[in-house]
Ligand binder design. Structure first.
Ligand code: M6R
Length: 359
């Protein structure tokens, strides 16, 4: 059942600290020195020259997030929508590892991508033991989020990113030969993430923001790097359950076109990573404000100077800049949930959608 919650989605949002804890526990330690993925011992990914990530929907956003993590670790990686990969698979090259990401393990487009792949090895990162993709792929890594019932994927995304964070570090060590320079800080931050997600889900801030923007023309989401993946995911969640027009963009892309849409009736959620790229995102926020667009910054205390620049701040606890996106995403899940609830939408079963797209 819904365990006392009005919707499975809200229950699953609240389960994220536990789900994330399961994804991370036993796989690293609070000192951040180990990466222990059962079935994938050290040396397992030697000889990998590039990684192709294939997925759809929310899992595609986890793929984009992972592309950023791998690139920062010196591992060439590219995220593809499974459907596009299946219709034009890149040519065969030695050393290609295909990683399929799928909560259900049953998504038809992702099965087609794996079948079309001309890769040395395929691996699926999935939430479902014994799913079709675990049979289609050479190897499987479980995200351990627990069953997800709501059509809108929530806890599976957080657990995918946590699991893929560990996998990215494992791959980096095998491919480059050394841990990433800040591996200890990154891995120990991963072990603190469950408690930090708990702080976010206990805060009323997202509901207040949902209530402040009920009659807008459209809702935009921007970010860069991992924050771009989160912006796209924030927009997907919002459109999926509120039926409002929502779009995600890279922060940099705005002035190449989308800025023409920005008015005082288009709130813009700006995701900050809490790292060196915040300065550029702040510049983009100023451009939005100059066109009258209300800005809601989603940021940790490590992003300076938001005071007087953003109209509202949805704050998240400070963590490693590559993990702020996980916390920001939880805030955006809550904004979408409360916005949909206010509008009386069918939150767990939005119109026209199914939990897994098997055809
Ligand atoms: O089971 P999968 O992760 O392969 O599903 C992929 C998408 O169909 C799924 O993420 C979909 O976009 C969700 N409804 C998003 O909330």
């Amino acid at each position: 059942g819904k365990g006392g919650y009005d919707h499975y989605m809200l229950k699953e949002i609240n389960e994220q600290p536990t789900a994330l804890g399961r994804s991370v526990s036993g796989r690293t330690d609070s000192a951040g020195s180990t990466v222990d993925l059962d079935g994938f011992p050290a040396g397992e990914f030697e000889g990998v020259d590039r990684v192709h990530l294939v997925a759809m929907g929310t899992s595609y956003h986890a793929a984009m997030y992972t592309e950023a993590l791998l690139a920062r670790r010196g591992v060439p990686a590219r995220a593809f929508m499974s459907s596009e990969y299946a219709s034009s698979p890149p040519p065969a090259e030695d050393g290609t590892l295909v990683i399929a990401i799928s909560q259900s393990g049953e998504t038809a487009d992702t099965i087609a991508a794996v079948r079309a792949a001309r890769a040395e090895r395929t691996l699926v990162v999935t939430n479902v033991v014994g799913s079709s993709l675990t049979r289609e792929c050479d190897d499987a890594l479980l995200v351990r989020a627990g069953p997800e019932i709501g059509v809108a994927a929530t806890k599976s995304f957080s657990s995918q990113v946590a699991t893929l964070s560990l996998l990215s570090e494992r791959i980096r060590r095998d491919v480059v030969g050394t841990p990433s320079p800040d591996a200890e800080a990154f891995l120990s931050a991963l072990t603190r993430l469950p408690d930090q997600v708990r702080q976010v889900v206990e805060s009323p801030a997202a509901e207040e923001i949902a209530d402040a923007f009920t009659d807008s023309e459209a809702y935009f989401f921007i970010g860069r790097g991992p924050g771009h993946a989160v912006a796209l995911e924030g927009a997907l969640k919002f459109k999926e359950i509120t039926y409002e027009h929502a779009e995600g963009f890279t922060a940099a892309e705005l002035k190449h076109g989308p800025l023409a849409l920005v008015t005082e009736d288009t709130p813009v959620f700006a995701v900050f990573n809490g790292g060196s790229d915040d300065t550029e995102t702040l510049g983009n926020v100023k451009e939005i404000r100059a066109r009258g667009g209300p800005v809601i910054a989603v940021a940790s205390g490590d992003t300076p100077d938001l005071e007087g620049i953003a109209d509202h701040v949805l704050s998240v606890p400070s963590t490693h800049p590559e993990l702020v996106g996980v916390l920001a995403n939880v805030q955006l899940q809550l904004v979408a949930y409360h916005a949909a609830r206010r509008r009386g939408r069918s939150i767990d079963k939005p119109r026209n959608l199914a939990k897994s797209v098997t055809v």
